[in-house]
Design a protein around this ligand. Structure first.
Ligand code: PMP
Length: 395
């Protein structure tokens, strides 16, 4: 090995920081720790045997599943996604407006390259989905943020930001069952967001991997607009390892994404896209499967909310979950959740402190934490909260 210094990396590569959550997850993989920290869908609701059978059938039929696919995705899957999106937005979304990506995270990354030049402003939520923040930071975006609450992105705060002269290229939001805030963008705010996008000329990136994971009622439908780019994913409803996500957008965006995707990976996996197409197209099966996912997650969410309110009582505020995988727990007694974490880990429970979701890196979210109810069993959730309450009591 040469002893001289290695050649330099790009300025951009040196500026990219790792995800604090991914680092934390390595720590919390210890078997003695009950983790509320990850965002892992439960293996209990993954359709393991159905995926095995469908994969077998696809591979028995032909060798097409072993071949390169179109860059924009296998046509059969794009047809299924186009039909689902058309029903949601109550407008025709043609298959040519769909690009299948390697999970919706790749859609974020490709979109960031396509929409944003270095120095352009991108507005994100506060708290933010860190994967979106990373994707936009990686292309040199200047990040501004607006608060998000139980009704989603605060569009009044966004309007004030715009009135102050800020001109974003894109606004990112998670409209349904926000990660990490857990809220749902209200109908009024959906309308306001699209109105602002039309008035000020920015893209809305509506990142929606949780829309199908509703508990009592489906969320309001997205508003059809050529300013809105929608992202979806098979990760939370089928399995994350399929790495099947997608975006729907006006043709020029899809064409640009296709070109940049060619340079990234030529195409996604034909095999997993065909599996996803079969499962998403099988309406009776999908309806039953989603019912099962919703039943398991809503029961777990209820257990976690009940345990938190029971054990931590007046020290916290938490909203009942309406869907998705996360609760956003706010300590009203000033508990600093970053400072509490080592004691919580000592007692065998992990969570993600609120600061990890602050795009500005400040203290505003320092008394909040994100807890995932999807991964652990009901008994594990109760025990995790007992441990959290003990750490809080001893602080
Ligand atoms: N967007 C949001 C809001 C998410 O929570 C996630 C998963 N944590 C993703 C995108 C990416 O998911 P995937 O790449 O598995 O589709």
């Amino acid at each position: 090995m040469s002893s001289s210094a290695l050649p330099p990396l790009s300025v951009r590569a040196s500026a990219i920081t790792g995800s604090a959550i991914r680092d934390l997850l390595t720590l919390t993989a210890r078997p003695d720790i009950l983790s509320l920290a990850g965002g892992l869908p439960s293996p209990d609701v993954m359709p393991h045997s159905t995926i095995r059978e469908v994969t077998h059938r696809i591979l028995s039929g032909s060798t097409a599943a072993l071949q390169y696919a179109e860059t924009t995705g296998v046509r059969r899957l794009r047809d299924v996604i186009a039909a689902r999106e058309s029903a949601l937005v109550r407008d025709e979304v043609p298959p040519t407006s769909v690009v299948v990506t390697h999970g919706s995270q790749q859609a974020l990354s490709l979109l960031a390259s396509v929409l944003v030049d270095p120095g352009d402003v991108v507005v994100v939520d506060r708290p933010v989905y860190p994967g979106a923040l990373q994707a936009f930071q990686a292309v040199g975006a200047r990040i501004e943020s607006v608060p998000v609450d139980a009704d989603g992105t605060d569009t009044d705060a966004l309007a004030r930001l715009l009135e102050s002269g800020v001109r974003p290229r894109a606004v990112h939001t998670v409209s349904n069952f926000h990660n990490p805030r857990g809220g749902v963008l209200s109908v009024g705010r959906r309308r306001a967001l699209v109105d602002l996008a039309e008035r000020y000329g920015f893209w809305v990136v509506d990142d929606d991997p949780y829309g199908d994971v509703w508990f009592d009622a489906p969320p309001p439908g997205p508003i059809a607009s050529d300013r809105v780019i929608r992202l979806g994913s098979a990760s939370k409803i089928l399995a994350p390892s399929l790495r099947v996500g997608w975006l729907t957008a006006p043709r020029p965006v899809c064409d640009a994404v296709e070109r940049i995707k060619q340079s990234a990976d030529l195409c996604g996996s034909s095999l997993t896209q065909l599996v996803a197409a079969d499962l998403l197209a099988d309406e009776p099966w999908l309806r039953q499967h989603l019912d099962d996912v919703r039943a398991v997650y809503s029961a777990r969410a209820e257990v976690l909310v009940g345990a938190l309110r029971g054990e931590l009582g007046p020290a916290i505020e938490v909203d009942a979950a309406r869907g998705g995988m996360f609760l956003w727990v706010r300590f009203t007694d000033g508990t600093d959740t970053s400072a509490l974490l080592p004691a919580a880990l000592d007692r065998g429970v992990a969570y993600v402190p609120g600061r990890a979701f602050d795009p500005a890196g400040g203290d505003e979210l320092g008394t909040a934490l994100r807890a995932c109810f999807a991964t652990s069993s009901e008994d594990e959730l109760r025990e995790a909260v007992r441990r959290l309450a003990a750490a809080h009591e001893a602080r």
